[in-house]
Design a protein around this ligand. Structure first.
Ligand SMILES: Nc1ncnc2c1ncn2[C@@H]1O[C@H](COP(=O)(O)OP(=O)(O)O)[C@@H](O)[C@H]1O
Ligand SMILES: [Mg+2]
Length: 414
């Protein structure tokens, strides 16, 4: 009796250690391997496995097992109907059997894969926030059969494991974050090299000045990267509310020209605005449309050639207002055009010439799509590039309001 108590106490102590261990990793592979080893250990089993459940495809995949580390065998689909694990997913209940082979739900394919003959089995659903993420199974109890204590300890482990798996999956899915972290590596590496060099006694004053200048530029770039990244993350999460206003596009074009004029003059580039008389007003989020136009205009200046030109032009059709940002610059290679609006994408040939983050066009696209508009590009190497932004003259919500307000007019039409 006393022996069982200490055993149990040790088990719970072990569980606390494991919980800490699980919380410390977001790497799904490492995490799963830690979970199965912990599961086998605390339940006194020969082996343990995890099957993950994908609720979009409604499929269960065999993932890891303590006695199998060949990654190519992973991902075997285990049928939801016709397997013990599937039954656990469907019923969200624990299964404890003495001889798995005698159980009608037993699915032997996995056994062939793992090369382990299953006798006794204890399986639990991995559930977090009322969502099933998978199944954890302990196989072949070393001595006797799986007990109530084994089951309750495995359930505690399973609850922690489910949360950790969900977190790791969410982290994996958030490619924006991982891409961002990846993008941070380059500037951080150059900052670290720069500071290392500054500490070398043999550096001349000229070299030191040059290094400090590099550090300054890298920090500016990091800053731009951080604020663009935040902008994009907010837009992608759908948390940005567009504040509609009615405004003159021509005024906005002149305003953008003014903002960019000193940079353009620096590079000897001329900016021209052309907008027809009587251009109708646009209803949209003015600040956000300005952000788009400034992004396009700054690209048109940045990727231009000396003494080049940029033309800002607007025109209206019955339903849309179209704004063209045209330059006489480097142009974009055909094979790069389909990737332009991807996050962090930059044309390779431009990377070394001008600093950038590769986020500007992704932000533009998010804003324009959010307004129900379109953004398109045409480009010719050595000749120039034109970006076209088309926005509906009145926002969709506004049209709906008008329809509701004028039922009489509508009736008349019929
Ligand atoms: N007007 C342009 N002319 C030539 N290339 C362009 C132009 N606008 C964008 N590009 C290319 O598209 C890439 C992505 O643009 P963007 O998302 O604004 O990022 P960034 O300007 O920070 O590099 C740029 O790196 C550049 O290679
Ligand atoms: Mg840009």
């Amino acid at each position: 009796m006393a022996e069982i108590k200490t055993e149990r106490l040790d088990g719970y102590r072990r569980l606390i250690d494991i919980a800490r261990d699980l919380a410390s990793t977001l790497d799904l592979d490492i995490l799963l391997s830690r979970i199965v080893h912990a599961a086998a250990e605390i339940s006194g089993a020969e082996a343990a496995s995890i099957l993950l459940y994908d609720d979009t495809s409604r499929q269960l995949y065999f993932q890891v097992s303590t006695n199998m580390d060949d990654a190519t065998r992973r991902g075997i689909i285990v049928p939801l109907d016709g397997s013990i694990a599937g039954w656990i997913v469907n019923n969200r209940q624990t299964v404890r059997v003495m001889n798995a082979h005698e159980d009608p739900r037993f699915f032997s394919n996995v056994e062939e894969t793992t090369g382990l003959s299953t006798e006794s089995l204890l399986g639990i659903p991995l559930v977090t926030k009322n969502k099933i993420v998978g199944v954890l199974e302990a196989l072949n109890k070393h001595k006797g059969k799986f007990t109530d204590v084994d089951e309750s300890m495995l359930l505690v482990l399973g609850a922690q494991a489910a949360v950790a798996i969900e977190n790791a999956r969410l982290f994996q899915q958030s490619d924006l974050i991982s891409e961002f972290v990846h993008e941070l590596r380059t500037p951080l590496a150059s900052l670290s090299t720069a500071t290392y060099l500054l500490l070398r006694p043999e550096m001349s004053q000229d070299q030191r000045d040059q290094i400090v200048n590099n550090i300054h530029n890298e920090t500016i770039r990091l800053n731009a990267l951080a604020s663009s990244f935040l902008d994009l993350a907010r837009l992608e999460s759908g948390r940005v509310q567009f504040r509609k206003a009615t405004f003159s596009v021509a005024d906005l074009l002149y305003e953008c020209k003014d903002v960019m004029s000193s940079k353009a003059t620096e590079d000897n580039i001329q900016i021209r605005v052309e907008s027809p008389e009587g251009l109708p007003l646009l209803e949209a989020d003015r600040d956000k449309v300005k952000q788009v136009l400034l992004n396009l205009l700054s690209n048109a200046v940045k990727y231009n050639r000396p003494n080049g030109m940029v033309m800002l032009r607007a025109e209206a059709s019955e339903k849309e207002i179209s704004i063209y940002v045209q330059d006489t610059g480097l142009g974009i290679p055909d094979e790069s055009v389909p990737h332009l609006f991807e996050k962090f994408f930059r044309v390779r040939e431009h990377e070394s010439r001008v600093a950038g983050t590769g986020l500007g066009l992704s932000i533009c696209k998010q804003i324009i799509n959010g307004h129900g508009g379109r953004i398109e590009v045409r480009s010719k190497i050595g000749v120039g590039t034109v970006f076209l932004v088309s926005l509906p003259r009145a926002s969709k919500t506004q049209q709906r309001v008008e329809e509701v307000e004028t039922p009489k007019q509508q009736k008349k039409k019929h």
